[in-house]
Write a protein that binds this ligand. Structure first.
Ligand code: ADP
Ligand code: MG
Length: 700
């Protein structure tokens, strides 16, 4: 259970003064994304990006047009609008040694204003100055205090990232209240690390950032910011270490095969395994043969040939008498894996079953029976495989394909349920080292370098939309010559206002020109419709398939040699790379056409330039990281929330390794988090939403 001292921070934001349902919704948009409860804690972790410093004083005569200034003035007179001119503003005139300024209030209440700005009083006012006919005015000053009052007020005001419609004042007030609620907690960071980095304690760090005495306190490499980033890394590393500890503790078992099935598979393959593939297969089999449980990440660029590596591992499990589950992120992919593996499995005498949410009734019951009896040696499916009560006779190996799509939370629960099975995670997005650490902790990593021999480079060109007709023309000629093409559009049926050409419209147009050679597949189709469209394309009954990004990950049609990506400027770099990876898998020279709408923004132009320059997934991932930030790269962009809320890889990556080592040390000495510091660390885990990890402690 979450320690009760954290209750005030986990209360909904509506428990704060000045926060009603409307503001709460704005906070939700800003902080957590739709569907999630926004809590006081979320406000705390929303850090300012700058300050307005009202300590610097300006003079009326030299106040710049449009600038935000702070003035020390004497209030001279009030001028309420006359009866005849009700819509005219209420003006309060004030002066300093250099001149006079009008403080202007629309629909100002005289009673309220007379109290706020008493005649004869010395006041500090701050806001935007506008000059009109040689006269300065300040409309609705955003800060007003008497000179005496101002001494006790904080004159350095934090500036926060905002969302449309939200008032900065309301946000500031809410955050100030949140800071007040921070309880005294015992230190969870190792004292030597605290001392070495000069970290303030948790509450003090928050206060220093939300109520900065100076802009310098907000520097990302400052002590307060670093402290909170470290907290965040430590929570994440500790959670990962806990799940690893738990999984390792679960009795692993050696899975050793005779090699008979694997040999038959090799013989059935239409190609020879590359040295790189042989190498990673050896690593995986060694892990499986070990009594410890396997926790291995297989990284390999799109088209590197990961699937067959997984198949060899699954065959070995079968030789050892255990079952394997292969988990795909989408139904299309699950079906594709099933289709392509079936032939090989049949040749080798391996029993493989596909289980998706679409199986119902008797057919489903029969499959569940085959899984429970152990007759099904390999089970392919989507994550429904885990959510539902699917009983295996003996599941020894779990392979997860394109894992980065599942998100970090699911990953924990997935492994939590994985019991004693060996785990192999395959990812196509080449994640840089620091991010592997962030997302997977110290999982063992195999890298499948290079691609199967004989692959030809993909020629990538960028073409403005104005030349669409030309591209359509060429597509027609390519189809006539027997080529197969993907045509990717970003969205289906966007709002009417959008100028995006929806996939359906493009489909109608191309079908009008080329008839039945054109197919369509998009995310709103039913599973059966999608399968049918992909099957037709794979079999060559259609030569061009108009698609949305449902084809982004993993789809494998080696005969397709051209991909046209419409509105390429709207895709991220990794996404473009994944999409391009759909071609260049066969004998033919391949092309990628990036259709863009001019003029290109700076980032979009940079992305397209990188795409034209290189096919190297690792380089593309590094560039992507620079251009977009780490959250997107890990596929957490669906929720719109960054992977880390506080820490940034740009400034704090060096703290990650320290946090990882610290987390390991903690678990080595206090594996159950029972010591005094252990208790404090539990609080840390809850603070950063790692409840799942704490649960592992109890059930472990
Ligand atoms: P990914 O790593 O992106 O999942 P796949 O496993 O889908 O890649 O493999 C891409 C394509 O390369 C498939 O058509 C597969 O049959 C083929 N392939 C895999 N290994 C080899 C190899 N050693 N030689 C030739 N082709 C291969
Ligand atoms: Mg794949």
């Amino acid at each position: 259970m979450r320690p009760s001292i954290l209750d005030p921070l986990f209360a909904p934001v509506t428990t704060l003064e000045g926060v009603g349902p409307k503001v709460a919704t704005q906070f939700q948009t800003l902080l957590v994304g739709a569907g999630e409860t926004v809590r006081v804690r979320d406000l705390l972790f929303h850090l300012p990006t700058g300050v307005i410093d009202r300590r610097k004083r300006a003079e009326i005569a030299t106040a710049p047009e449009g600038g935000i200034v702070t003035l020390t003035v004497r209030i001279d007179r009030h001028q309420a609008p006359g009866r005849a001119a009700k819509s005219a503003p209420y003006k309060v005139f004030a002066q300093d040694a250099t001149g006079e300024i009008a403080l202007t209030y629309f629909r100002g209440q005289s009673g309220w204003l007379e109290k706020l700005l008493p005649i004869g009083e010395m006041m500090i006012v701050s806001g935007r100055v506008e000059w009109f006919n040689g006269r300065p005015s300040m409309v609705h000053p955003d800060f007003v205090a008497s000179v005496d009052e101002a001494e006790s007020l904080s004159l350095v005001e934090p500036v926060y990232p905002m969302t449309a419609g939200l008032s900065p004042k309301i946000l500031r007030k809410a955050i100030a209240q949140a800071v007040e609620r921070v309880p005294a907690v015992s230190e969870w960071i190792d004292p030597s690390i605290v001392a070495k980095h000069g970290f303030p304690d948790f509450g003090a760090a928050l206060k220093r950032l939300h109520d900065p005495a100076d802009e310098r306190y907000l520097a990302p490499d400052g002590a307060a910011f670093s402290r909170l980033s470290y907290d965040e890394f430590l929570a994440s590393q500790l959670a990962l270490a806990l799940s690893r500890q738990r999984m390792k503790k679960a009795r692993g078992r050696p899975l050793t095969g005779s090699g008979a099935l694997a040999a038959r598979l090799r013989a059935a393959l239409p190609f020879v395994l590359t040295d790189a593939q042989q190498g990673v297969i050896a690593e995986i089999l060694a892990d499986m043969a070990d009594a410890d449980r396997m926790l291995r990440l297989l990284q390999g660029d799109v088209g590197a040939g990961k699937t067959v590596v997984a198949l060899m591992a699954m065959a070995t499990a079968a030789e050892a008498g255990a079952q394997s589950a292969l988990l795909a992120p989408t139904e299309i992919l699950a079906r594709q894996h099933f289709d392509s593996l079936s032939k090989l499995c049949e040749a080798a005498g391996l029993n493989i079953t596909l289980l998706t949410g679409r199986d119902t009734g008797k057919a489903r019951a029969a499959k569940l029976e085959a899984i429970a009896s152990g007759e099904a040696q390999i089970v392919v499916g989507t994550h429904a495989l885990f959510q539902e009560s699917v009983d295996y006779r003996d599941r020894g190996l779990v392979v997860v394909d394109e894992q980065h799509r599942f998100g970090v939370h699911q990953r924990l629960s997935l492994t939590g349920k994985g019991r004693a099975a060996d785990l192999l995670v395959m990812t196509a997005t080449p994640i840089p080292r620091t991010l592997v650490l962030a997302a997977f902790g110290d999982m063992d990593v195999s890298r499948l370098e290079g691609k199967p021999a004989g692959r030809k480079p993909i020629t990538t060109v960028a073409v403005p939309m104005e030349r669409l007709d030309e591209i359509v023309d060429r597509a027609g000629r390519a189809m006539a010559a027997g080529d197969r093409l993907y045509w990717v559009c970003p969205l289906v049926e966007e709002s009417e206002k959008s100028d995006l050409m929806a996939a359906e419209e493009r489909f109608r147009q191309l079908k009008g020109l080329f008839g039945d050679m054109v197919g369509l597949v998009h995310g709103r189709m039913s599973g059966e419709e999608k399968d049918a469209a992909m099957a037709a394309f794979k079999a060559g009954r259609t030569k061009l398939v108009v698609a949305t990004t449902v084809i982004e990950v993993g789809v494998d049609v080696p005969d397709a040699s051209i991909i046209v990506i419409e509105h390429a400027e709207r895709f991220g770099l990794s996404q473009l790379h994944q999409l391009r990876g759909r071609v260049g898998r066969g004998e033919k020279a391949s092309f990628c056409v990036l259709l863009y709408r001019a003029p290109l923004g700076e980032t979009a132009a940079a992305r397209i330039a990188v795409m034209r320059e290189t096919e190297d997934g690792f380089r593309i991932a590094e560039e992507d990281l620079k251009l977009r930030g780490e959250g997107d790269l890990l596929g957490t962009q669906q929720s719109g929330m960054p992977f880390f809320r506080i820490a940034s890889m740009e400034h704090h990556a060096h703290l990650m390794e320290i946090a990882r080592d610290d987390a390991r040390l903690i678990l080595a000495t206090d594996g159950e988090l029972k010591s005094e510091r252990g208790e404090a660390l539990r609080t840390l885990l809850y603070l950063f939403g790692k409840d799942e990890a704490v649960r592992l402690l109890r059930s472990g």
